[in-house]
Design a protein around this ligand. Structure first.
Ligand SMILES: [Zn+2]
Length: 112
């Protein structure tokens, strides 16, 4: 059980207030409105892409072959979607995933 699982569901969904990419684009670092910081690799974000091209909308089965996502994948750009999500432009050309805060909080690992 992860840290984030333990604090759910009594904690309302946190909102990221800052998103930074490492200089080589291989890692995303988020700062949250509750003061937490967390990080994930571009590879992990891409492997968990929630878009219709990566997950079957009806069965919820992941159709993306996550073993085909290279470890050296980069995030080229980060864009906010309203105030509820981020989208990423990955170095493999994939741009269609919308990552709500809740998903990002689950995908990223806390930084102590
Ligand atoms: Zn996708």
């Amino acid at each position: 059980m992860s840290f984030w699982d333990r604090i759910k569901p009594s904690t309302p969904t946190a909102t990221a207030t800052d998103a930074r990419l490492s200089s080589d684009g291989s890692r995303l670092e988020l700062t949250w409105d509750d003061g937490a910081k967390s990080t994930a690799t571009a590879q992990a974000l891409r492997q968990h892409c929630p878009c219709a091209g990566c997950v079957d909308e009806w069965t919820n089965q992941r159709t993306l072959d996550t073993t085909q996502v290279p470890a050296n994948l980069q995030v080229k750009q980060v864009h906010p979607v309203g105030n509820y999500a981020l989208t990423f432009a990955f170095s493999d050309g994939h741009t269609t995933g919308i990552y709500p805060w809740k998903l990002l909080r689950e995908l990223t690992q806390p930084i102590n």
